[in-house]
Design a protein. Sequence first.
Length: 205
Amino acid sequence: MKIIQRTILPFQEKLFFHPIRDKIDYAKIVVLASRTLLLNMNNDDTQCNSEMKLIVNKMSRLFFYHDKKYFSISFPFLVQSQNDEVTSIRTLTGRNIDNQDISKILSILQDNQFKLNPSLTMFYRESSGLNRNSLLVLEEILLSEPSYIRYDYDRENENGKLHPLHHLDINYSAYGTFKLGLENEIVEGYFEDTLNINTDCCYLN
């Protein structure tokens, strides 16, 4: 099993912990996480309260932790690393991803034209000087399954069994989301173990 950890700087928290509502939000987190994995900045002089963890086994998932709020998504790329240094990130079809690709993908995701009509085909036709590799990488992200799950400790919106203090949110869209209530707080290790297909299943009572 491969585990790569990165701290999330305070100024990055709004980017990483912004609610995921659609595939565009999911794509942003994936490319921002890829940039963080590649850069591996030295944060020894900064007090950080959040972290990101990539776990690769039979699964490949990103885990994000901030206070008592955790979430996890699938990571649709292949990572080569030496010790804790990431040497390369590739798509499942073999396309290499570098920081230039990441910057171009983020610019597409933030483009008002793309937000109004999130069609990669139309965006490619109407844009000039667009990097084709970046577009194809983004297409692979958008075609992948997000596998989103979040553990929430939500005292502000607690409402008995309708919205328990401790719960798991499964999926992100209004059409597909549902909650699983929990009797107690869970720790990071339990959250990761729940999603690990190589360990025993967790049972619902």
